[in-house]
Design a binder for this molecule. Sequence first.
Ligand SMILES: Nc1ncnc2c1ncn2[C@@H]1O[C@H](COP(=O)(O)OP(=O)(O)OP(=O)(O)O)[C@@H](O)[C@H]1O
Ligand SMILES: [Mg+2]
Length: 261
Amino acid sequence: MLVVGIDVGSLTVEAVVVRDGEMVAYSILPTGADSRQSAEKALGLALERAGCGRDEVSCAVATGYGRINVPFADLQVTEITCHGRGAFHLNPDTRTVIDIGGQDSKVIRLDDTGAVVDFAMNDKCAAGTGRFLEVMARALEVDFGELSTPAGGAETPASISSLCTVFAESEVVSLISQGIPRDRIARGLLESVAERTVGMVSRVGLQPKVTMTGGVAKITGVVRALSVRLGVPVRVPDEPQIVGALGAALVAWSRFLRRSQ
Ligand SMILES: Nc1ncnc2c1ncn2[C@@H]1O[C@H](COP(=O)(O)OP(=O)(O)OP(=O)(O)O)[C@@H](O)[C@H]1O
Ligand SMILES: [Mg+2]
């Protein structure tokens, strides 16, 4: 029996196809200006990869910032529930989930059954998110890939004190004009994302083990900085960007099971 989960984020849309409780295919596409169309495309692509047709889908659950704009969804569920559910499915010993996407960041505490017991969220400003790093890569005049990969190697990170993206951008420009090497500035930016995240973790209380989801989990420098600051390993699933959509699909699967009882 086939169900789907779809996560319409501010930057990317993911669709996950689950058959009999296990993931069989997924897709990741940019959200772009028309999130409805992107959701349709992501679903079509994931189903094509699963070798299935639309008519085989028994239940579809949408999550993410744009979840209300998914016409084919039977249900909308919050990202907190879905990231928690997806991360717990992949690693059942997960007690803390850190999700950092394009425009917001969240820390979710789970109990030993995978239920959400607490969470903290920053959806008020771009600081500490993927978008922040994208803006800073532009200010540094480096490719985003360059910012996210070799920067982890710089010995001493430059100190970035501004909490606001706009001010941090001016700070970066000023550091460049002072002749501070770009890799030190890049490392400082990754540290600043980690520092903001640790602040949120302390609001809900750190409980190992920690799993990180969302696109920023692909930035090894951020993951490393977080592990050091938290004093525990931070695990990243093979494809951290699809964890919300996987959780949504698992919610759909549970709903299907309940209905067929
Ligand atoms: N291959 C990659 N390597 C490094 N970083 C990446 C990669 N792909 C995406 N990112 C980072 O992930 C961010 C997007 O993450 P994600 O797709 O989880 O966001 P989203 O779910 O659309 O946003 P939100 O949940 O905030 O609405 C980008 O801003 C970028 O910083
Ligand atoms: Mg997201």
